[in-house]
Design a protein around this ligand. Structure first.
Ligand SMILES: NC(=O)c1ccc[n+]([C@@H]2O[C@H](COP(=O)([O-])OP(=O)(O)OC[C@H]3O[C@@H](n4cnc5c(N)ncnc54)[C@H](O)[C@@H]3O)[C@@H](O)[C@H]2O)c1
Length: 1566
């Protein structure tokens, strides 16, 4: 007897007049029973599915088929059930598959009475439906949708189709299924991303149709997701109503509701003539995006972005409120969907080519050919509110409006200067007040209606967290304009998952205390955030709470999120006396105050640790607590007493508008001469920026009327604003940008505005002060950047540039909004490059500006201009240097300051100067050492935050780290992206130095060595970079200096020494046990030829197994640094990963973290649970996230979920991804290539290759950072590793590296060693290029050579160095300044002129440096073309004082006049005997009989002669005779040739081979 049937309890939904949609859980038995009993009988049932589903469900369907038939009709044999399984994915939805199915059905002798069943997602449904529609002119068809998308969308409506090369769904038919069975239980096996994909349709449907449904989706995301998972836990849960959990009921409700809407619309408009178009919400723009990003990005993901953009169109048209848009965004995100093109999900999935293609005009073009477009008129579904559309069909929308919304930039044109308009603008709620109000109302008792709440990431995060703790209930009213909070009175329970706070600082701070109030549920709660959040400090707050008895642990880095707060062992929030350091953030104070009424004892909060920061925000908290019924007593300046008791929620609370935002509409009135009122900010406001109207606009000449709660501003007639003179904007720092744009066009009252008190603005979203200077300059306005302010020199509006400036906003909302105000009067308006950045505080600003204020606005699509934007970001915080006295802090800092154009600050000198006493005097005075330390702390704070906050290098006293206050200051500097470099000395050398140095007081106690041992951990604690200073290192002091300059550039982000990944790039893996092995005979230079970086495989070092491993590895690292300037890839690979490291994970990580501290440019880490922490701590290092599969079994390149999964995980914790498999057959290389081609992106470049002999080809084809070996290395780092030479030979043979022709142009050139030099290099690198001679005296004769397709570059010599310029498209800055070209580089179809002569001189002089360049003097002999390069070289080296000697004084004088601006002193001299001996002499004339007087060589110096015939020129001979170092001209020739070669080939030159080739030829000729 057959088993009993399990017949599910189902819900039916009508469509086209019959109830043929069936929903429930575990439907299989029900489906067959229903088919047999209520549909016409069929002779054959054909069930078609894909392999994913066959694996999971096919046998169940087959078994049930027999059982159900047995129950249905015992008398006769069961009809046939045929099954057919296809590969999953869109590719199956083809004409070919359709024919194959049909042929198969014919072969199985299927007849007209066949019933076809589609079990699967939309692909199976569409394809199988189309088969059913056409097989024998149509057979019965049943849909069993298994993906969420198929349930709510594709299975309903009867549309069936296949794809063709011309496009998706272009061939198909309408064919209604007899039944649609939705078995919700199968959703448990649906991949989560596919579930989200379907949710996009569910959310879309609710958004157009049903506000109540939208509310449910919005508030129940956690439950709905849980319901999907719960199906796997219990076999039959949900089969009947009795066994159905609340969550399952909810899941069915939302899916059925969505399906019902689609069914209703289909019923009323089956053939899509009107209403059905409503379902297209989000699809018009979404489809256009999908057309470019598919298949990497899924349909629903594109639709999600489309929904947001189309909602923004509705907002822009004035139909939908910002709240509506924000809620839609929040809801989509809650289901894991992207909401902008910048979403990491999209960036991570799409290739960079695809992303580059998503430009507004392209999207418009795609929309134009959309099947749903009527004529040229675009139609969008316009939302009126969530749950309702403007019309019951799509609405006509102008192209301009759509273009504006989808554009990255915005063009603002001047408003006309007509009649005086009056406007009322209500800016969004203040963020600070919104967050406080949410927290108060959630903890309070009763219902509170919050109005004008800000919808931002911060508040959204706050709401989600409060909800997750069950602290309260949220509901929306008035279409979402009002948030109804039902407070929980302080009852909180442990959230189901960790609380993820993104980068929402305020929420993180506030919730850190709140979580301690949790009084029911699980044992602990984790608070975490994104990588940036994990760098932000929270230690003072955590310290205070811990001291109070709360149990809080740091999960990763000490002092930052993630935190684990324990609810079991600890005592909740004890309260009583709490001490808190409040000099860093007032949010800590507010956090404790807000929760204090719910502590176990009344809180007495005492603020310690110096001046309390941002008191106004604390006052705001106190005032708002009072509004919620809790009156805090302020006992003294720094002490507060908080009574116990729950907050009493007021019935309504209106959040005050954000006063910083309000400055923009008010400034608009001021600048245009109009009138604007902000009705809910006035003199009683708690926000500092509320004073802007009175303190800034009134003095500028505006009429300001302010009541306690409102502000009205009327501007003077256009062009008549008054400059402010000196103004301190400390109380309203964020408003300085608004003031600056007004000041730019305020010529009255002297025309100069000097704003001060805003030093913090250097380190906001960007360096705002620098940003304002740079961007104002685009309008023709001069502004000067100061440490704590800005000077703006006004112009009249007529004098502003008439062009339309393109303004960078640095992704900073305030920069964007300020310049939009200026654009309203600037003659050409302005293009603001990043439109979306205003979303941070005022997403609808552009709508307000266009609609309410009447500014003409259009979309703009600016081309990227990264380099420039970067330069503002990197006028970064000053670099601080700490370390023992005598370690070299001042000397090195001075050198770095001069090399990098920074201000050098010696803290000791600064202190003496500020205090007016010498340090020995201070110490000898009454206060002694403590007085000195007090001064030190105060002035360190002053230097870091005010006087030298940016653009300086600050060398501190050795003992600076002794005082905890100072360490806090340094840590704060680090946490705001500042670098603190610790110099680690060789104590023998320091002791020796100190014994000679009597200028500073001796140590108070003990000898230097003890002091150092004690301070070591303190230095470590207070620094984030470290450098070894040890004279025993190769190259000693000059190298140490160069390495320090490099580290400062790196740490401050000036130059991170990164490999240019635009061309093929390689790193050579060093495999010796000791870096010392490479130091002899330039071996390292030989080994690194062709490579762009060098890998230090720390696991292969002998030191790795020794005691004190960190110090020893550091020594090896430092040696490598001294031997090469190439970037270092630092790697520690374990045995399991194919390496040799046998230590613990903790040891491995400590070494990797140390590498970041030492400034390694790249750190390679295997993707595992620790990689994320390293990534979060990487600062300017780049993380290569690797995965190695030494077998090639697991990491497969085609159709492998494991590989995709690893790729995604690696992208989440790496800047570069490296996937290494093993080739078991040659074709694995092609799969690898195909994988790379699809997955490589500029955002996260991908290194993918196969190990093993058969995998060599994958190394040839790898596009970036291919690891290579070199014949001179004793061992390879991995099996199958080959050299750059081998790779190039293979690439040339395979047709991937065409041969180029290079030539030396000029005359006479027959004896030049250049061909020998370059051809030797080409052959060493395996390049197929050839370098020849092109002798001519006429530049015009070079034209054909340069135009030839195989032209690869030219060296240019006399007499063409100047005349060649006319043939070139572009010059480098150096060539332009020098006025001569010696190198021609073809690039991107253009010819670039460069000059490497000067680089040759620079390189040679650096190597033989005798005196520090800034202090040195130099003499240039000659005044011809080469002397120009010589002068530029001396300038590059930083030599300030130079003399020029030439036989004809006239030419020397001309040269001096032309170059004098580059030097402190540049003079022409007429008598070599009359000058003091210089440190450097550079000869630039052909060897002649010029006599060099002995007096010229009185000092010790270096002579360099550009002439190389004869070898011993008179200059070199005389210099040599006096014991000078000499640099012969051939060496400069080689050096400049090396630079040329590298510029042509983008490979590191084989320097020794080039030099040998030159000398061989040279020696033979001479
Ligand atoms: N006919 C229409 O009106 C209509 C509407 C929208 C979309 N579509 C079409 O639908 C297709 C997309 O549908 P889709 O998103 O369902 O894609 P899909 O059919 O490719 O399914 C997605 C993936 O999930 C797997 N899967 C499905 N259900 C599963 C389950 N329960 N457990 C485990 N794995 C499961 C599938 O094997 C597949 O790998 C597109 O071709 C699109 O054109 C048609």
């Amino acid at each position: 007897m057959a088993r009993a049937l399990k017949l599910a309890e189902v819900e039916r939904i009508p469509i086209l007049g019959t109830e043929s949609i069936v929903c429930g859980f575990h439907l299989v038995d029900y489906i067959w029973t229903d088919i047999f009993s209520s549909l016409p009988a069929a002779s054959t049932y054909v069930l078609i599915t894909d392999t994913n589903l066959a694996k999971l469900y096919l046998s169940q369907y087959q078994e049930s088929f027999q059982v159900a038939w047995a129950h249905h009709n015992q008398a006769s044999a069961a009809p046939r059930l045929l099954t057919h399984v296809l590969p999953p994915g869109e590719l199956s939805k083809s004409r070919a598959t359709k024919s194959a199915i049909e042929d198969w059905m014919f072969s199985e002798k299927c007849t007209r009475d066949t019933m076809v069943l589609a079990l699967g997602g939309g692909v199976i449904g569409d394809l199988v439906g189309y088969v059913a529609a056409t097989f024998m002119r149509g057979v019965g068809f049943i849909q069993i949708p298994t993906s969420l998308l198929a349930m709510v969308d594709s299975s309903i409506g009867g549309k069936t189709a296949v794809d063709t090369p011309a496009g998706k769904n272009l061939v198909g038919a309408f064919w209604q299924p007899k039944r649609i069975y939705m078995d919700m239980a199968v959703l448990s096996t649906l991949p989560p991303r596919e579930f989200s994909n379907g949710m996009a349709e569910v959310i879309k449907t609710a958004a157009i149709w049903d506000s109540a449904e939208f509310d449910v989706l919005e508030s129940s995301s956690v439950e709905i997701r849980r319901a999907v998972l719960s199906g796997t836990q219990d076999g039959d849960a949900g089969l009947t109503l009795a066994t159905r959990s609340a969550e399952q009921t909810l899941l069915q409700r939302v899916i059925a509701a969505s399906a019902r809407v689609k069914a209703y619309v289909v019923t009323h408009d089956e053939r899509e003539s009107g209403m059905r178009g409503l379902l297209n919400f989000g699809h018009t723009i979404g489809h256009a995006i999908e057309a470019i990003l598919s298949p990497q990005v899924l349909h629903g993901e594109c639709v999600a972005v489309g929904c947001v953009l189309e909602a923004e169109v509705a907002r822009r048209m004035g139909h939908l409120s910002e709240v509506g848009v924000a809620r839609l965004v929040r809801c989509l995100r809650a289901y894991g969907l992207p909401t902008t093109m910048d979403d990491p999900l999209i960036r991570g999935l799409a290739s960079s080519e695809q992303l580059a293609e998503v430009r507004p005009q392209r999207l418009m073009d795609v929309m134009g050919v959309d099947k749903k477009t009527v004529g040229t008129q675009k139609r969008l579904v316009v939302l009126k509110q969530l749950g309702a559309t403007l019309e019951l069909k799509p609405t006509n929308v102008s192209d301009a409006l759509i273009l504006e919304v989808i554009s990255a930039g915005v063009l603002v044109k001047p408003v006309d200067d007509g009649a005086v308009a009056e406007t009322v603008v209500v800016p969004p709620g203040s963020k600070s007040i919104s967050n406080r109000a949410l927290q108060l109302a959630a903890l309070g008792k009763g219902v509170c209606r919050l109005r004008n709440l800000l919808h931002s990431d911060d508040t959204q995060v706050m709401m989600a967290a409060l909800q997750a703790m069950g602290g309260c209930e949220f509901a929306w009213e008035d279409g979402g304009d009002t948030l109804v909070v039902t407070g929980g009175g302080g009852a909180l329970h442990t959230p189901a998952t960790e609380l993820y706070l993104g980068n929402a600082g305020t929420a993180a701070r506030f919730l850190t205390t709140t979580v301690n109030l949790i009084n029911s549920g699980g044992e602990s709660t984790v608070l975490t955030g994104n990588a940036r959040m994990k760098l932000r400090p929270c230690a003072p707050l955590v310290d205070a709470l811990r001291a109070n008895g709360c149990t809080i642990d740091y999960c990763e880095k000490q002092g930052s999120l993630p935190l684990r707060v324990s609810h079991s062992g600890g005592r909740g929030f004890p309260g009583g006396r709490i001490q808190l350091a409040a000099s860093v953030s007032s949010q800590y104070v507010s956090s404790i105050l807000l929760c204090a009424p719910y502590a176990q004892e009344p809180v007495r909060l005492e603020l310690v640790g110096g001046k309390v920061i941002s008191q106004p925000y604390i006052d705001m908290t106190l005032a708002m607590m009072a509004q919620f019924g809790c009156h805090v007593q302020r006992i003294s300046e720094t002490e507060y007493l908080v009574p116990l008791g729950a907050y009493e929620n007021p019935a309504e609370y209106v959040v005050e508008s954000d006063a910083s935002s309000a400055t923009y509409p008010l400034a608009f009135a001021a600048i245009t001469g109009r009138q604007c009122t902000v009705p809910n900010i006035g003199s009683a406001s708690l926000q500092g920026d509320a004073r802007f109207a009175v303190d800034v606009l009134r003095p500028m000449g505006c009429t300001v009327e302010q009541t306690a709660t409102s502000t009205t501003v009327r501007g003077p007639p256009r062009g008549q604003l008054q400059a402010l003179g000196d103004i301190d904007m400390e109380p309203m720092t964020d408003a300085f940008l608004t003031a600056s744009v007004l000041a730019a066009v305020a010529p009255g009252n002297g025309g100069v505005t000097r704003i001060r008190g805003i030093a913090n603005q250097h380190v906001k979203e960007c360096d705002r002060i620098q940003a304002m200077c740079t961007e104002l300059a685009r309008f023709g306005v001069t502004a000067v950047n100061h440490a704590d302010g800005i000077d703006v020199h006004a112009r009249s509006i007529d004098e502003l540039t008439r062009a339309t400036p393109s303004v960078h906003c640095y992704d900073d909302h305030r920069v964007a909004m300020s310049f939009s105000v200026l654009a309203c009067v600037a003659p050409g308006g302005a293009e603001l490059r990043e439109r979306r950045c205003v979303g941070k505080t005022w997403p609808q600003w552009w709508d307000v500006l266009a609609r309410d204020l009447g500014a003409p606005i259009a979309g703009a699509d600016p081309q990227a201009e990264h380099a420039e934007a970067e330069s503002v970001k990197v006028s970064s915080p000053s670099v601080v240097v700490v370390g023992m006295r005598g370690a070299g802090k001042s000397t090195l800092s001075k050198a770095a300051a001069s090399a990098l154009g920074l201000t050098f600050v010696d803290m000791d000198e600064y202190l003496e100067q500020q205090v007016g006493q010498t340090i020995p005097e201070i110490i000898a005075s009454e206060g002694g050492w403590p007085a000195f330390r007090a001064h030190e702390s105060r002035l360190l704070a002053q230097a870091l935050t005010k006087d030298f906050a940016t653009g300086a290098i600050i060398a501190c006293g050795g003992g600076v780290v002794e005082a905890p206050d100072n360490r806090t200051l340094l840590q704060r500097h680090m946490s705001s992206n500042g670098a603190v470099i610790c110099l680690t000395p060789n104590m023998d050398q320091v002791a020796e130095f100190l014994s000679r140095d009597k200028t500073r007081p001796a140590y108070a106690a003990g000898d230097a060595r003890d002091v150092y041992e004690r301070r070591k951990p303190l230095y470590k604690d207070a620094s984030n970079y470290e450098m070894l200073v040890d004279a025993r290192l190769p190259g000693a002091w000059p190298k140490i200096e160069q390495e320090f300059v490099r580290l400062v550039s790196f740490a401050s982000g000036r130059d991170c020494n990164r490999v240019d990944l635009a061309h093929s790039s390689y790193f050579v893996s060093l495999t010796a046990k000791d870096v010392g092995e490479y130091l002899e005979n330039g071996r390292l230079a030989a080994v690194t030829a062709g490579a762009h970086a060098v890998e230090l495989r720390a696991d292969l070092l002998a030191a790795i197994d020794e005691e004190d491993v960190l110090a020893k590895v550091q020594w090896q690292f430092a040696m490598l640094r001294h031997a090469t300037s190439l970037p270092v890839v630092f790697t520690v690979r374990t045995v399991a990963q194919g390496g040799a490291f046998r230590g613990s994970d903790a040891q491995r990580l400590s070494i990797l973290h140390a590498a970041i501290r030492w400034g390694a440019e790249y750190v390679d880490v295997e993707v595992d649970t620790h990689a994320a922490a390293l990534y979060a701590a990487r600062r300017n290092s780049l993380i290569i996230a690797s995965h190695h599969d030494p077998t090639g079994q697991q990491l497969r390149w085609s159709q492998c979920e494991f590989t995709t999964e690893i790729l995604h995980r690696a992208r989440a914790c790496g800047d570069i991804v490296k996937l290494i498999s093993f080739a078991n057959q040659w074709s694995d290389n092609m799969d690898c290539l195909e994988f790379t081609r699809r997955r490589h992106s500029q955002e996260t470049p991908l290194i993918a290759l196969n190990m093993g002999y058969e995998g060599q080809m994958s190394r040839v084809l790898c596009p970036v950072l291919t690891p290579v070996t070199h014949p001179l290395l004793a061992a390879k780092a991995a099996p199958g590793q080959i050299s750059v030479q081998q790779i190039n030979v293979a690439r040339a043979t395979a047709g991937l590296l065409p041969a180029r022709k290079m030539a030396l142009c000029g005359t006479p050139i027959q004896h030049s060693p250049s061909p020998a030099m370059h051809n030797a290099a080409f052959s060493a690198l395996g390049l197929p290029h050839v370098y020849g001679l092109f002798e001519t005296a006429e530049a015009s004769e070079l034209a054909d050579l340069f135009a030839a397709p195989e032209f690869g570059g030219a060296s240019v010599t006399i007499p063409l160095k100047q005349s060649v310029i006319s043939l070139l498209d572009q010059l480098t800055p150096a060539a332009r300044r020098i006025g001569a070209v010696n190198t021609v580089i073809p690039a991107g179809g253009k010819l670039l002129g460069d000059n490497t002569d000067y680089l040759g001189i620079v390189g040679c002089l650096r190597r033989s440096q005798v005196t520090a360049f800034p202090k040195a003097t130099a003499l240039v002999v000659g005044a011809g073309g080469t002397s120009r390069a010589a002068l530029y070289a001396l300038y590059t080296l930083g030599i300030g004082s130079v003399m020029v000697y030439n036989r004809t004084a006239q030419r020397a004088n001309e040269l001096v006049a032309e170059f004098s601006e580059l030097f402190t002193s540049l003079v022409a001299i007429s008598d070599l005997a009359a000058i003091e001996s210089p440190d450097y002499v550079v000869g630039t004339i052909p060897a002649s009989d010029l006599v060099y007087p002995d007096s010229l060589f009185a000092k010790v110096g270096v002579a360099l002669d550009m002439a190389y015939k004869p070898r011993w020129t008179p200059l070199l001979e005389s210099a040599n005779r006096h014991g000078w170092s000499v640099v012969p001209g051939v060496d400069v020739l080689i050096e400049q040739g090396i630079h040329q070669l590298e510029k042509w080939t983008h490979l590191t030159a084989p320097t020794k081979i080039m030099a040998d080739a030159v000398y061989t030829k040279y020696n033979a000729d001479n």
